[in-house]
Design a protein around this ligand. Structure first.
Ligand SMILES: [Zn+2]
Ligand SMILES: [Zn+2]
Length: 328
């Protein structure tokens, strides 16, 4: 089968498109024919070596929409259309799995990182970590929901957002655009702080209550904030915009570094900084249901598998208005 394989970290061209053997089905797994695979900033962190290497010759990609072609079961027939996200498996056995925190599992499987992902014609995935998809959305439009959408939604949960609250979104990308309709459906006011005139225009188009550039300060004290930029400075900016008792949730698997900040003025008053790590299957189920109800339809830019490097570059340089999606 054709696949895009990671071959040159820290080089200009990260992926090499070539032929590799199609994976063999094994117990508890299903083989999917990939219909679409979204490109996530995490893929870029993996390709650029910001995250440690777990596997040589990796096929990245963890926002997979696929059709079951082998290994089907009564629950998942041949032809079923499913989504696969970053969380590709857990041990089911550790402290975290036993306490409803499978996102923190001690022995996790990460799709497109610890196992091969969806920048390919076929992918082997654990059956119990697939998500049946609503028929209404086509494959390319559902792909960005599978990480950007689900983990953006988890960020709102981690931040403890309550209906009607004022919520800041700091840094703006695919995740933030998908979080806005969810927040609006909860009656929240959305304050967006981001560099880039295009991002601000998108936020305005999506109906944000207020939009400002990176040096601007929201006109109200925020109840909650979510940061999407891989920058510690942005976390401190978000923290300095919170009311007492407010929470910043960091939606980033990697940050450049956290700058020093003043505890007395910024964190005192029971303000909290929390990271958002991975996702649970419940997050996926709940978000996909909401996305269907709200008819969330992300903007997408479609790339062929041969153009996988261009898709990564588009995410790096934020040149596309919509989410980059690879269609093999
Ligand atoms: Zn576990
Ligand atoms: Zn992701």
């Amino acid at each position: 089968m054709k696949a895009a394989i990671l071959n040159a970290r820290k080089a200009e061209v990260h992926l090499k498109v070539g032929e590799v053997p199609r994976p063999e089905v094994k117990a508890g797994h299903v083989l999917l024919r990939v219909l679409a695979c979204g490109v996530c900033r995490t893929d870029l962190h993996i390709a650029e070596g910001d995250l440690p290497v777990l596997r040589e010759g990796l096929i990245p990609g963890h926002q997979i929409v696929g059709e079951v072609v082998e290994g089907a079961s009564a629950a998942l027939e041949v032809g079923s259309r499913v989504g696969v996200s970053w969380m590709g498996g857990t041990d089911g056995d550790c402290f975290f799995c036993k306490h409803a925190m499978e996102n923190l599992c001690d022995h996790p499987v990460f799709t497109g990182y610890s196992v091969n992902g969806g920048y390919a014609e076929y992918v082997l995935v654990r059956e119990d970590f697939t998500h049946l998809l609503p028929k209404e959305l086509d494959a390319t439009h559902v792909a960005p929901l599978l990480c950007a959408g689900i983990i953006g939604f988890r960020s709102l949960r981690v931040a403890g957002v309550q209906p009607g609250e004022s919520v800041g979104l700091f840094g703006f990308g695919s995740s933030a655009t998908l979080a806005i309709p969810v927040l609006q459906s909860w009656g929240c006011k959305v304050y967006v702080v981001t560099r880039g005139a295009e991002h601000r225009a998108t936020a305005e188009r999506l109906g944000a209550t207020w939009v400002g550039d990176e040096d601007a300060r929201a006109p109200v004290a925020l109840d909650r904030a979510v940061t999407f930029a891989p920058s510690g400075k942005v976390v401190v900016d978000a923290l300095s915009s919170l009311r007492k008792g407010g929470v910043v949730a960091i939606n980033a698997i990697h940050l450049d570094q956290m700058p020093a900040f003043n505890y007395d003025t910024l964190l005192w008053g029971e303000r909290q900084i929390r990271s958002v790590a991975n996702m649970t299957r419940a997050d996926a189920t709940d978000f996909l249901k909401i996305a269907q109800e709200l008819k969330i339809q992300p903007r997408v830019s479609v790339f062929s598998l041969e153009d996988a490097n261009k898709a990564l570059l588009a995410v790096k340089n934020e040149t596309e208005d919509g989410s980059a999606v690879i269609v093999p």
